[in-house]
Write a protein that binds this ligand. Sequence first.
Ligand SMILES: Cc1ncc(COP(=O)(O)O)c(C=O)c1O
Length: 454
Amino acid sequence: MATIQLKTKIPGPNSKALGDRRTAAIPRGLSQGTPIYLARAEGAVLEDVDGNRYIDFAGGIGCLNTGHRAPGVVAAIQKQLEKFLHVCVQVTGYESYVRLAERLNEVTPGNFPKKTLFLNTGAEAVENAVKIARAATGRPGIIAFEDAFHGRTMMALSLTSKTHPYKAGFHPFPGEVYRIPYAYCYRCSYSLKYPSCDLYCARHLEDTFKRVVAQEGVAAVIAEPVLGEGGFVAPPLDYFRTLIDLCHKHGVLFIADEVQSGFGRTGALFASERYGIEPDIIVTAKSIGGGLPLAAITGRTEIMDAPGPGGLGGTFAGNPAACEAALAVLDIFQKQDLLSRANELGDHFQKRAREWQKRWPMIGNVRGLGAMQALELVQSQEIREPAAQEVKEITQYCYEHGLITISAGSYGNVIRLLMPLVITDEQFDEGLDVLEGGLKSVYERKHEAAAQPV
Ligand SMILES: Cc1ncc(COP(=O)(O)O)c(C=O)c1O
């Protein structure tokens, strides 16, 4: 039986009324990708306030790899609610904070002593990773990448790349941030081709130390192992090893921001594992909390211990219900083998998407790692001019037909898949059928318009 059920035109009257109230009550700076308001969610299915049911390919922007209201997560939270809700770990401790830190120290890549600190959000964790890296090295500089997204607080925003809508109008940002091109092979900044490029972009870090910022002034390089908001770009598998070797040669730390690529999305708990790398610091958030706000920084013991007592923390950071939820998330990954599932979903998407690409040349690039998959849309395969308007139209077609998708990319021309990994085969295909319908409809409309006599 079909999961998608549309009882009204989208948005329905109740969503529409809430939308009007929102416009009056909430600043426009907080955007919303669809005009839909939710009543409930389960697994990979959403139901809105008008009784319409959708398949969810957004997962709260990558926060629900284990699904909406995963039974183990809900049970763990409920159990905690019976005990205590908040005490602040800086005043009195609780076991779940310690146990979760121990488990993250175990499951993160790298067979060396580690420690973990909890925060509330990805941006807050990134900020603290910078503090820790600076304290550990005694150096100020941070090198970040073009197309990177690290959050919306001031330091995180300084590291984030995209200008509109994220940075424009919010200057000045904290200093000592330097930016270099990412290994975005489809749009190589050096117009080279992998593998004949011999990873020029990674090796170019050496040049950056000569021409942009001296290595002895750099605390860390921070990178997403797969770009999230930047468009799900997965560099060649040997890229990060080359980059990290150069960092370590110069005493520079490597921070992996796994906020979006982490917690099973790429078919490994951390995308770093797919590259065979052991970052000095790993930042996690989003899906770690199974739907509750939680973020973590895990790193080498000697680095994590660099800030003195009182230098790190936050009132709500590592909330007890969120820690219990994260422990349940880790159990679910073990019990349900969601990592294999991530790879299955990714393979299935790739098969269907490659067929679409043969039919509709506006699909310039099909890419991804595990279930972190995307389509990059272009005006033509040759010129590769971004097709952002088409992505907007497809996103709208999708939600009007029962599928929630979100876009990405510095040019807004990427459709990304962040469905819960617990999605069933039938639901996944039903969602992909809608996406296929959206691609077809927008492609045909565009070509009919082009064929009209003037
Ligand atoms: C890679 C990455 N880092 C950091 C963040 C910021 O996380 P948060 O929105 O929880 O502050 C995001 C959010 O999308 C992200 O994708």
